[in-house]
Design a protein around this ligand. Structure first.
Ligand code: FE2
Length: 203
């Protein structure tokens, strides 16, 4: 891996005078028709979304002002997921703050028995990786650093030294937050040894 030790937040395409998409709109997943409802419900539960339209075979999930962020389509004749294929690795959703992320972690754990496969403080983000029922990987995360300080962060050497992160125990993190520890300090990546890439959940 080659690391670029100089970081900067590039100007937006618009600021550079380019015509680019206004936003990232949605992700569409296909699944065997008999599993469409299960997958749709999983996204509704995880994202606190509602279907703006759904049938037994497909649906559109929304949780904000976008009419659909995730759509699920039942497709006949699909092969099941196989690990290690080129293509999308995961999709990620960012929470407002660590409290919201921990609230979501506990809600999914306690009310739905949905638990993360892997939790890691990457440095720039605190990230929890889940598998949906088809083994698509979904990251729920929070930014550890205000966006205007990201470039500065990437220059401070921490990320160059360890671009992977340090694993964390979500129960411990949530307990420390509840005990009143400062959110900003809990978001700081602790010292430690990064996990081997083989420890990341395979998909
Ligand atoms: Fe990510």
């Amino acid at each position: 891996m080659t690391m670029n030790a100089v970081a900067k937040m590039p100007k937006t395409a618009k600021e550079r005078g380019k015509v680019a998409p206004a936003k990232l709109a949605h992700v569409v997943l296909r699944t065997p028709p008999e599993r469409a409802k299960t997958v749709l419900d999983w996204y509704k539960v995880v994202l606190e979304g509602e279907a703006m339209f759904e049938t037994d075979a497909f649906g559109f999930v929304t949780y904000d002002d976008e009419h659909h962020r995730v759509a699920v389509l039942g497709f006949p004749g699909l092969k099941e997921h196989v690990d290690g294929h080129a293509g999308m690795h995961h999709m990620a959703f960012t929470y407002e703050n660590l409290g919201d992320l921990m609230h979501t972690y506990e809600r999914l754990r306690d009310e739905h028995d949905i638990k993360p496969e892997f939790c890691i403080n990457h440095g720039p983000t605190t990230s929890m990786y889940y598998f949906d029922p088809d083994k698509n990987q979904v990251e729920l995360q929070v930014d550890n650093i205000p966006v205007e300080q990201f470039a500065e962060y990437f220059d401070n050497g921490e990320f160059t030294e360890n671009p992977i992160g340090i694993k964390f125990d979500p129960d411990e993190l949530s307990a420390r937050l509840k005990a009143g520890e400062d959110e900003k300090s809990l978001l700081q990546r602790p010292d430690g040894i990064p996990p081997d890439l083989s420890e990341f959940p395979a998909n």
